[in-house]
Ligand binder design. Sequence first.
Ligand code: FRU
Length: 498
Amino acid sequence: IQKNEDFRPNFHFTPKKNWMNDPNGMFYLDGTYHLYFQYYPEDNVWGPMHWGHATSKDMITWEEQPIALFPDEKGYIFSGSAVVDEKNTSGFGEEGKTPVVAIFTYHEPKAAEEGKKDYQSQAIAYSLDEGQTWTKYEGNPVIPNPGIENFRDPKVIWDDINKQWLMALATTEKALFYTSQNLKDWKKLSEFGEKTGAHDGVWECPDIFPMQVEGSDEQKWVLIQSLNPGGYNGGSGTQYFVGDFDGKKFVPAKGMEALEEKHPFWIDFGRDNYAGVTWSNIPDEDGRKLFLGWMSNWLYAQEVPTTTWRSAMTISRELKLIKEDGNYLLTSEPVEELKKYRGKKLQKKDIKVSGNKVVLNADDIDLARAEIRFSINDLKETTYNFRLSNDMGEEFIISYDHAQKEFIMNRSHAGKNDFSEKFGTENSTAPRISNSNSMNAILIIDKTSIEMFFDDGKTVITEIFFPSQPWNEFCFTAGLEDFTVDSLEAYELEFPKT
Ligand code: FRU
């Protein structure tokens, strides 16, 4: 029976010990990807927040580093971002050392408890040793609280189009934009969001950046906006908006000005991808937009059946912006780097499915560290089921109903779920975004998670589970009509590898 340490993923980042939530301060410098994270080193539930730290050469294999930022008399260190201040605009640089500047939220727990509204403000810290150790700025906060509750999660980018540092900040029902030339003095530019998108919760962890539309010269701006609760399947979720930004104001694209609660623009429809943002300082030669999220949900994150540590991050993903039928869509797929971990391979073609068809088992590849790709041409108006199961009769089922164009994820019998009523009782759903008559899928499976990328990453679904034994079968099951899986390609992923 698997428990605690057995649930620790093979290749998703987890802290060695205790509690983690949001990714923070992600930047790349000199061959190293840095990931900081909301961390409480003393317990396996949320508490006084620190920034934990991990580094990687490829965004797959992580090495945990000493804690980067500790709470102090000004408060807990909440979520935020980091930028490499190449031109030393902040003046923090010394002896030719480039400063890395972290921008985070101070959260004053006492003021919050006393019912005051002004318990969150924005602050900065800098590092002169590439993110290893940090000095907090003596002039903090750089943006004092203006009297509003929920005022947090600054994401700063160098806006090269308008030659400014640009900050997106979240408050209850909107994103706020600020500008600066030196990362210390900030001026408010504008607000966005009250009239569009999901609002059944508090807006948190925004991100804003320009992106080129694939296959064109068109440039658009993307605003990523998490909210909790009020996600697509309840609880935590991350929506996005595409539009224009003139250096001051974000204007949503046609069709995105007044989206309803249940709109289709989510970076991930699953229950377990939250507070994700993009890496900063990715070199122009690379040019990718790289994203990672927290693979859990505030509905049950503090109760999941691990004890020595809690929560993992998603796999790192590459975002792309495409235009289809007049809509701008953000797609995501696992980063290329994952491919170098491919080991044993299995390939099948033309798989006829009638009833239950086991296509992979543990003798083929270890389903606790697997990449499965498949495609189905000529979709019929029937239900396609994809299923992971084990000898305990536990199963995680993904159904795709082509008549409704909807995915349904059932984890009600996927192992341990008695830790929270909110975990397994209901199915989650996701719309199929693509209109194509054929479907392709990439499934990334680790011990306690599955990340599904359908139709070149147009519909993405991330879910976690806690089977009491490892999955040892993957099968397709036909609904009313038989079907054919045109090709299947599966890899065992090997870790560690350098
Ligand atoms: C999102 C969040 C952020 C906040 C942090 C606190 O999960 O609530 O808004 O900064 O977590 O840990």
